[in-house]
Design a protein around this ligand. Structure first.
Ligand SMILES: [Zn+2]
Length: 473
């Protein structure tokens, strides 16, 4: 007889029939209940789980469906609120744009700004309503006259000047006006019936009274085209022919816009040769025709404003602006052979300078010199102007450019940087050609070209070879 493991043997005979759970009344029956097969139990559990899952799913589906509908409704609500806010924003932007006055500068988009050099990237302006010119600086009284002269206090409030006369001067705490008292710097004066007169000059537009240190500064704000009448009238003799004047009008217009774009103070241009000469309105018919027939025309190169410098007479060749103003960016200039200013009064000149006069000029420029014993030109520019001038002095050798020498001794004494130096007796004799810095249009050359039958556009492209004349308004 084979050995049987004691535990199996203790369980008794293995159940073979269907599992029947009997009430636990007797020990023998209880023994049968624990004889249930594990596989069947697992099957039962699985079935129960599946049934439970199905029941749970049936219960949850309506809840999930309700939840999904809620999310959709919330999304629709947010979309609606977004549309309402977008419409409100559009309305606010529209209102803000409508509140801009025409006097305000338009906002410059970042892309329009210069990456490196602003003057090289001056786009033509979109608004050209006016320019501001410093026309007078005075330490004493200045008299303004006009039939209906007023001090403007606000768009609806003004102080009329009795007799059409206003007497102003720089005060201690502002500008003092006789009969009115001290007014704020920048106070505006207008004549609603015509230009304002100061001495023998007439200024269209408005004049502003500014305190400038101990001086009274008058700024004339006026329409650009009216300003050009004054500039062409002052820069070009009345008897010059029309095409030369038209060329001057286009150059002066471009120059004014260039300076206006770069100005940082309360005005855009000086009324002197520091910028371009302006003496109030001009009346000769040729000047008026030159400005009106070129209305809105400027010089552009590659869509940008040309640095439209000009000068009286080049003496043969124009100058590279880099040799005159190394630090000032320039656009659209070129060194060209003029060939049309040979008969100008400045075609050649001589000036005798005493050593004392040169020493005085050097001292005023900060060199502290009492004696000048020699002058030597060491280098010329490409247009044969003096690039390096060495001056022997008791304080050693002083080296300057020809343009710096002009500034020290006087622009009217040394008319250009195109000169040679000799010695006559006890003085230095400079023999030179041309008048002015030599950059850009040669005015006497423009006159010569007009006389030779050239139209103003030909004159302009002769001196600014890569520029185009374009009408911007
Ligand atoms: Zn010339």
């Amino acid at each position: 007889m084979a050995e049987t493991p004691p535990r199996q043997r203790d369980r008794g005979p293995r159940a073979t029939g269907p599992v029947v759970l009997l009430p636990p009344t007797r020990a023998g029956q209880e023994e049968r209940r624990f004889a249930v097969r594990p596989a069947r139990v697992l099957l039962l559990l699985a079935a129960t789980f599946i049934a439970g899952s199905v029941a749970a799913a049936l219960l949850l589906l309506p809840i999930l469906e309700a939840r999904r509908a809620g999310v959709a409704a919330e999304r629709d609500e947010l979309a609606h609120r977004y549309e309402v806010l977008a419409a409100r924003l559009e309305q606010l932007e529209s209102d803000a744009a409508a509140q801009h006055t025409p006097d305000e500068e338009p906002a410059t988009p970042p892309t329009a700004q210069a990456p490196t050099s602003p003057a090289l990237r001056l786009a033509p302006p979109t608004d050209v309503d006016g320019v501001r010119i410093a026309v007078l600086r005075a330490t004493g009284d200045v008299t303004l006259k006009g039939e209906a002269l007023i001090i403007v206090q606000s768009p609806t409030k003004a102080i009329p000047m009795p007799g059409g006369v206003l007497l102003a001067r720089a005060g201690k705490n502002g500008v003092f006006v006789d009969g009115v008292g001290t007014v704020a710097s920048g106070t505006r004066v207008e004549n609603r019936l015509g230009p304002i007169k100061i001495g023998d000059k007439s200024y269209p537009g408005a004049l502003e009274l500014h305190q400038d240190g101990d001086r009274l500064l008058l700024i004339n704000e006026l329409d650009l085209e009216k300003y050009l009448l004054g500039v062409v009238g002052a820069e070009v003799p009345a008897g010059w022919p029309l095409e030369a004047k038209k060329a001057q009008a286009v150059v002066a217009r471009t120059y004014a816009l260039m300076q206006r774009a770069q100005a940082e103070g309360p005005y855009h241009l000086e009324a002197t040769t520091d910028d371009q000469v302006y003496s109030g309105t001009a009346v000769d018919s040729a000047t008026r025709a030159a400005v009106t027939s070129t209305h809105g025309e400027i010089l552009l190169q590659d869509g940008l404003l040309v640095s439209a410098w000009f000068h009286s007479a080049c003496g043969g060749r124009t100058e590279d602006p880099a040799d005159v103003w190394p630090d000032r960016p320039a656009h659209g200039n070129a060194v060209v052979t003029c060939g049309f200013c040979d008969t100008s009064p400045y075609a050649s000149w001589t000036v005798d300078l005493s050593p004392a006069e040169i020493a005085r000029g050097l001292t005023e420029a900060g060199h502290e010199v009492t004696e000048v014993t020699g002058m030597h030109i060491r280098e010329d520019t490409a247009s044969e102007r003096v690039r390096r001038l060495e001056i022997e002095t008791d304080a050693g050798m002083v080296a300057v450019t020809g343009q710096e020498f002009r500034e020290m001794v006087g622009y009217m004494r040394v008319k250009s940087a195109s000169f040679s130096v000799g010695v006559v007796g006890a003085t230095f004799r400079l023999t030179g050609k041309g008048f002015g810095h030599g950059v850009g249009m040669c005015q006497h050359g423009a006159l010569g070209m007009d006389k030779a039958g050239h139209a103003y556009r030909e004159i302009l492209t002769h001196y600014y070879p890569r520029a185009r004349v374009e009408k911007i308004y």
